[in-house]
Design a protein around this ligand. Sequence first.
Ligand SMILES: NC(=O)c1ccc[n+]([C@@H]2O[C@H](COP(=O)([O-])OP(=O)(O)OC[C@H]3O[C@@H](n4cnc5c(N)ncnc54)[C@H](OP(=O)(O)O)[C@@H]3O)[C@@H](O)[C@H]2O)c1
Length: 326
Amino acid sequence: MTEKLVTIFGGSGFIGRYLVRHLAAQGWRVRVAVRDVPKAWFLKPAGNLGQIALIPCSVTDPAGVAAAVEGADAVVNLVGIMNERGKRTFQAIHVDAATTVAKAAAAAGVKRLIHMSALGADPQSPSKYAVSKDAGEMAVRAAFPGATIIRPSVVFGTEDGFMNTLGWMAQVAPAIVFFTNTNPHAPQGGGSKFQPVYVGDVVEAMAQALTGEAHAGKIYELAGPKVYDMRALAHIVNKETGRRRMIWGLPYPVAEIAAMFLQFLPKPLLTPDQVKLLKLGNVATGRRPGLAVFGITPTTLEVVVPTYLKRFRGVQQTKKLRLQAR
Ligand SMILES: NC(=O)c1ccc[n+]([C@@H]2O[C@H](COP(=O)([O-])OP(=O)(O)OC[C@H]3O[C@@H](n4cnc5c(N)ncnc54)[C@H](OP(=O)(O)O)[C@@H]3O)[C@@H](O)[C@H]2O)c1
């Protein structure tokens, strides 16, 4: 058992909660830097008494970040946003705040830094999100050359945003909608391609990257074992929710118009920048090492999603399952 201390920014989010539990189980002392401490109390039972400490801190506050990394052996920055609002711009969170964390880690003599980027980070991308993720990587590496950069594809797991949104659509809408550039009935018209990766595999890779010096300064692309187009994912959602919804392929201009309105919801369902990301898809380039380097066999989507998409089944469906189980 190690007594090392890791500071995690964004530890209360979807990926963060898995990382906190994983590292606590490995014996790390975990300091979770969060904006809203009571919102993160649910993390406490993941460790022994005193093993997980929650401290109030925003990554946009350099003094708070410096205090949060003091005495830490390792730091992980998972903070990221999918849409901009007010001062919470991609530049502010993905670049400026990431630089603050990296500089503070370097100044505090932290040995290992892991920075969470995203597959598709690219200075030439039409998406501001992807451009900011690339700029964040460069800024972090300038401030902390030994930082390990993780670029996951879309991540799936019980609390994910991606598969749960499709599941919710199957529950409340007459059809599961996807967007495509070509005839949706043609074999190639299934929309953009994705290579979803399991959250458990992502945190296992990060845990290994925290301890192995060999991972310093490296960039990893973490992707799942299979590539799916949007239509294939919609079929999986239909099957696992037992809903038999129609599956509609709509042209991208419909998404662009919808995003103009949906971006103003308190929790935006779709933004114009997300439409640009959707168009690009999210598949590993193969130019960077991936899960294999960590000896991880990627978990298949079909094995995990039934465990949580079942919450979108109809009442009768659940009853049928209960009766079958008797
Ligand atoms: N999920 C995916 O499919 C996916 C794919 C590729 C890359 N990524 C990247 O992976 C990282 C984590 O993703 P996720 O899905 O776990 O995101 P998430 O669930 O939205 O979690 C983000 C975390 O960041 C925290 N945060 C936001 N603003 C903050 C601030 N100013 N100061 C301190 N903490 C702040 C949030 O805490 P609050 O509760 O305070 O808001 C939350 O704990 C992100 O960088 C994301 O871009 C995710």
